[in-house]
Design a protein around this ligand. Structure first.
Ligand SMILES: *[C@@H]1O[C@H](CO)[C@@H](O)[C@H](O)[C@H]1NC(C)=O
Ligand SMILES: *[C@@H]1O[C@H](CO)[C@@H](O)[C@H](O)[C@H]1NC(C)=O
Ligand SMILES: *[C@@H]1O[C@H](CO)[C@@H](O)[C@H](O)[C@H]1NC(C)=O
Length: 393
């Protein structure tokens, strides 16, 4: 008997030690206990007649069985979606798929969940499991895949304010379809976003509004290595049931990788090829080698590009650049191959007719100095350079 009493005393002392181990003074403990009591009472009263499977949506707006002229309708259920986070994770151009970390706060009013704070010791908000309250429909449209961060071990929580405003925070990874025009690749930018709508209710019963929240991170941190985010905002698009709310991000590719690994090498390969072609024009075999090497280098670059691009009808500017570069070098080869014949013809003409006289004039001397092949080389280098510059316009 004594032993069990001692055990009881010890265990209560021990349990108290656990519950109030965070250095609560007796006054604090009393306040907390009062709060727990009030909250318990509030919970019981609030959920006594509440069934979370019964919707809060008022459906009599268009009922034929109600005298519409004489009925005072309550306001329609309004859901406020506030953007919590929209961070770009990944862009797969080939599949036109863009993945975002997409978090939102949903808030709506469930008039059944109201109370007077003064009756419950001043409590103005409580936290409940989401399963305990009715949740309205929120559908993410045009999505490949949505992952919600939830598990049975950690049920998601909602809050309820005394005026019936109920809300919850949701984190998702949303992979959405985004039409991408990659014509300007790698200097392309796109507008992609997550669209939210509802299918269940009528437009006069329910409404979703999107609001811009405080993301808490600068735009510079919302992109990934390849893409930077230049704008995040909200938008509305008409749809057959109410408007579609869109959280949009404008993204812009960091072109550095392609500039350094494709554009500049292609430019210099062409630059050197053209020089190699126009000096020592008598060696035909060497010209063919230069041409072949150039074709191989350019084809290799095109293969790198092909792996990254969607196979759209419009060929991207960068591919056009590489192809035009190839055409410029091919044309140079053709010109170089006929150049010796022109030379021969010129020499013959010079010798026959006004050769001696022309060389005497200043202009003639200038022409002689400025060999035809160097002029042509300049022209092809210019073409190569213009082709390069046009990419950045
Ligand atoms: C309601 O009012 C409209 C015009 O405001 C009228 O045409 C209609 O007959 C009324 N309906 C009833 C049931 O009184
Ligand atoms: C939704 O947002 C509007 C405007 O910001 C506000 O007036 C309204 O009270 C909000 N509704 C809810 C249920 O939070
Ligand atoms: C309900 O109360 C909360 C907290 O006091 C407030 O932020 C919110 O705007 C109120 N909502 C409405 C619809 O009155």
């Amino acid at each position: 008997m004594l032993k069990s009493m001692l055990l009881f005393v010890l265990s209560t002392w021990f349990l108290n030690g656990i519950v109030f181990s965070q250095d609560m003074t007796p006054d604090e403990a009393a306040t907390y206990n009062k709060f727990l009591e009030d909250q318990n009472r509030l919970w019981t009263d609030l959920f006594k007649n509440y069934n979370p499977t019964i919707s809060a949506i008022y459906t009599l707006h268009t009922s034929k069985f109600v005298d519409q002229n004489r009925t005072a309708h309550p306001p329609i259920t309004e859901l406020n979606l506030t953007l919590g986070m929209l961070k770009l994770v990944d862009v797969v151009e080939v599949e036109e798929k863009v993945t975002f970390l997409f978090d939102y706060i949903a808030e709506y009013k469930d008039s059944r969940l109201k109370w007077d704070p003064l009756e419950y010791g001043g409590i103005d908000h409580i936290y409940v499991p989401q399963k305990a309250v009715w949740l309205p429909e929120i559908t993410i449209a045009d999505a490949h895949e949505i992952k919600f961060f939830e598990s049975d071990d950690a049920p998601r929580t909602a809050w309820i304010n005394y005026n019936g405003t109920t809300g919850f925070y949701t984190s998702t990874v949303a992979s959405v379809i985004c039409q991408m025009d990659v014509f300007k690749f790698p200097l392309d930018h796109h507008e992609c976003g997550v669209s939210i709508l509802f299918h269940t209710y009528f437009a006069d019963e329910y409404e979703i509004k999107s609001l811009m929240g405080d993301i808490g991170k600068p735009l510079a941190l919302l992109g990934n290595g390849e893409w930077k985010v230049t704008y995040v905002g909200v938008d509305e698009e008409p749809h057959k049931t109410g408007d579609v709310q869109r959280f949009i991000a404008r993204i812009e590719r960091n072109p550095g990788f392609y500039v350094a690994l494709v554009m500049i090498p292609a430019f210099f390969i062409n630059f050197l090829s053209i020089i190699a072609l126009f000096i020592n024009i008598e060696d035909v075999g060497e010209k063919i080698t230069v041409g072949l090497t150039n074709i191989m280098a350019m084809t290799f670059i095109l293969v790198i590009l092909a792996a990254d691009l969607p196979k759209t009808a419009r060929i991207p500017l960068l591919a056009i650049y590489v192809i035009v570069g190839l055409v410029i070098v091919m044309t140079s080869i053709a010109v170089v191959l006929v150049l010796p014949f022109i030379r021969k013809y010129q020499k013959k003409n010079k010798n026959n007719e006004m050769g001696e006289e022309l060389i005497k004039t200043r202009l003639g001397r200038f022409y002689n100095w400025l060999k035809l092949e160097y002029v042509l080389m300049m022209i092809f280098q210019m073409a190569n350079f213009i082709n390069f510059i046009i990419l950045f316009m």
